[in-house]
Structures are given as C-alpha cells and as structure tokens.
Ligand binder design. Structure first.
Ligand code: GTP
Length: 262
C-alpha cells in the first residue's frame, strides 16, 4: 500500500490571553479560530477556551486558547487557569495608554499563579485595535518589552483581520525557540535526551493525530522558522468539573476558511 506513513502527531499548547477588559482578547481569539468578528461582544466572565490547529514550520500544533476575563472583579475566576500554560499573550489596545501600563500587573499576576520562570517563559505582547488612532508610539512599547525582557511584540487588528494569525505563529515560534534552548542546556548538563520527542513534553504535550477537537478547523499555512521557545510548565487540560465551574468551551460554529495571507 502506498502513502502509509503514520500521521504526524500534533503538539498541544495551552495559550492564555491576558489584558484589561475591552482591549479585544475575545475578538482576537474569535478572529484567529473562526475568522469572525463581533462588534458587540459581551465581557467575558471567568474564562472560555477554543482549540485551533495550526502548522508552523512544518510541525502540527493544537493551540488550546484560553480567553480570560479582563475585569478586575473576576480575578478569582481566571487565576486558577494560569497553571499549565505554555504561552501567554499580554494584550493591550493601541488606543488606550492605560492598558499598556497595566500589562506589568497582568504579567505579575500570571507569574504568581502560573508558577513559571519568567526568563524561560514565552510572553508575547500584542497591541490590538491597530485600525484605530494610536495613543502609544512604537518606541514606548519596545522600551516596555525591553524592560520586561520580552522579545516579541506585534500590532494586530481583530476588526480588520490584520496580523492576528501572525501573532499566534510568532508565539509558537518563540515557544519552540525556548524549547531548543532548554534542550541545549540539558545537553550541556550531560542529561540523556530522547530526540524523537520534544523536551519536557514527554508525556503530556503530544496530543493527537490530526488535531484539536475540530473546533477551529485547520489552518494550512506553513511558516519558515527563525526563532523559537519553551515553557517550564506541564500541560494541564481542564477537567470536566472545572469546565463546568468556570471554563466553558466556546463553540466555533462553522469555521470558515481563513482569509489570512502570510
Ligand atoms: N476598532 C477595533 N475594535 C475592536 C477590536 N477588537 C475588539 N474591538 C472592540 O472592543 C470590544 C471589546 O472586545 P472584547 O474582545 O470583548 O474585549 P476583551 O478584552 O475580551 O474584554 P473582557 O471580556 O472584558 O476582558 C469589542 O466588542 C469590539 O467592539 C479591533 O481590533 N479594532
């Protein structure tokens, strides 16, 4: 029989989106997963998540994206979901200076509850609402990222569908880069590495063949590698109980074909 190669496994990554209420976290997730945009979104209460399959640099990933409530009063509902994250998107709105200033608070909250090493964790700064007049100049964002030791920031518009997929792709590449760094460190320490499996992903991250639960559809885009990353945490999928309590899975109704051109 021809073409009987085993299907490539998909690596499961938990991605958490944090930032002030109204900066556009839910819109970003919906644009990425379903290519939809809703002008009249309700505030998120607690957390919601969606899955999306994506191919980056020839490797399959299932991104489990957690959209969190940005309003302060929901902190107790969102913080239990930080543990087990692989990537954190820190989201602000380009027309709202305060939302950039508050990113420090969001980062600190994440570090407190996710229990990860800041220098080894892939944070990506996302400036959303790129279609509106900017209140913040790029040098300020760059300075903030440098101060916080964050390597990547990108401007997006969920409304205009600008750079949304790119933001998630960059995040995966950053994660991959850190993974390689971790692998190199292990080699230096003389530890044995199983080259057939991702470092520290041994039992948990390899997800499934053919992808992520079918909620998002597969983005066939492929990306050239240059950069990458690693999270120091274990993947923990939500249990049925926690889903019932807080983490509702948002259904992407028919996922239309993405119109992103990368
Ligand atoms: N112009 C413009 N407006 C946007 C964009 N993204 C989101 N919005 C608007 O901002 C509103 C709030 O977006 P949400 O995605 O609900 O914001 P959020 O960060 O999830 O808010 P919380 O759920 O309260 O944390 C939306 O209803 C849109 O009207 C964008 O890229 N451009």
């Amino acid at each position: 029989m021809e073409n009987m190669r085993p299907p490539q496994k998909s690596v499961l990554l938990k991605v958490v989106i944090l930032g002030d209420g109204g900066v556009g976290k839910s819109c970003l997730m919906n644009r990425f997963v379903s290519n939809r945009y809703d002008e009249n979104n309700f505030h998120t209460i607690g957390v919601e998540f969606m899955n999306k399959d994506i191919v980056v640099d020839g490797e399959k990933y299932t991104l489990q994206i957690w959209d969190t409530a940005g309003q302060e009063r929901f902190w107790a509902l969102r913080t239990p979901f930080y543990r087990g994250s692989d990537i954190c998107l820190l989201c602000y709105a380009l027309n709202d200076r305060e939302s950039l200033r508050h990113l420090k608070r969001w980062r600190d909250e994440f570090l407190q509850f996710a229990d990860v090493k800041p220098e080894k964790f892939p944070f990506i700064v996302v400036g959303n609402k790129n279609d509106l007049r900017h209140e913040i100049n790029p040098a300020e964002v760059q300075q903030w990222c440098t101060d916080q030791n964050i390597a990547i920031h990108i401007d997006t518009s969920s409304k205009a569908a600008t750079n949304v997929t790119d933001a998630f792709v960059l995040a995966v590449q950053r994660w991959k880069h850190l993974e390689r760094v971790a692998e190199a460190e292990l080699r230096q320490d003389g530890e044995t590495i199983d080259l057939t499996r991702p470092v520290r992903l041994l039992q948990k991250r390899v997800c499934c063949t053919g992808g992520g639960g079918g909620d998002g559809g597969t983005n066939g885009a492929d990306y050239d590698d240059n950069d990458a990353h690693f999270a120091d945490s274990a993947m923990r999928a939500p249990t049925f109980k926690t889903r019932q309590l807080f983490g509702q899975q948002r259904k992407a109704t028919k996922a239309p074909k993405t119109n992103y051109q990368l």
